[in-house]
Write a protein that binds this ligand. Sequence first.
Ligand code: HEM
Length: 255
Amino acid sequence: MEDSPARAPSGAVGLTYLVAASQILGLAVVTMTGAWMGQYRGGIAWDSSKLQLNVHPLCMVIGMVFLQGDALLVYRVFRNESKRSTKILHGLLHALALVIALVGLIAIFQYHKKQGFPDMYSLHSWCGFLAFGFYFIQWLLGLCFFLFPGASFSLRSRYKPQHVFFGACLFLVSVATALLGILEMLLFKIRDTYSAFAPEGILANLLGLLLVMFGAVVGYVLTRDEWRQPPLAEELALSTDFKTLTEEGSPTSSR
Ligand code: HEM
């Protein structure tokens, strides 16, 4: 009875609500980051002044968190569309995320260089560098294995679980890195008033909570089996072949 048609629509409704919640949370995260930089940090500019530092959080939150999260949701939101179009949309959203994140990284490195500040000393910067580096590698591998026609079907099937696992890991690390970045910014800017519940600190804390909630909703949608895209006929055939092979080859089956 598990697969009875009566249960399917309520499952789909749950998915719709959660995806809507994820978008509201994601947009709130981006808006709040913008409001923080605008209201308390003087806005953004690309002129090597301290306003250039503010480009960094905005771009990183849009690219490494919001767009990366949305790229992961594509396979759940469009699970009844063709695999090819969902794959292309997934790859394009990740590409856009990477470009925007790269702008954010250039902004902070250029700002540090112009101001004579040291690079790559904080835990935030180490996690951020690794997250971006591996995100780029993951995107390149995804492109080679899944979008270019060269890779064989069995090679793709073997790589897919690693791609899914590392994709989820990188998203998690990106959210954690953004949280560390918020802390870094607060320590630089309001070290003396943070403990007195300065309004800027409260705004930044709320931003952190929203980031965690966005990560949790995206993570929940991704890990529910019933919202996965149905496997292709070839994938089913391959897993049946594999099952037959292993069952025929196992000592218990020969008894
Ligand atoms: C996943 C998202 C993020 C990544 C991948 C990331 C990455 C990085 C990297 C690699 C640096 C080192 C730059 C250098 O040494 O010249 C850095 C610096 C910095 N980031 Fe981020 N960042 C992210 C999000 C944020 C957010 C959301 C904020 C603040 C709200 C922030 C605030 C800072 C600050 C203040 C610095 C300068 C101090 C330092 O080097 O740690 N970052 N970030």
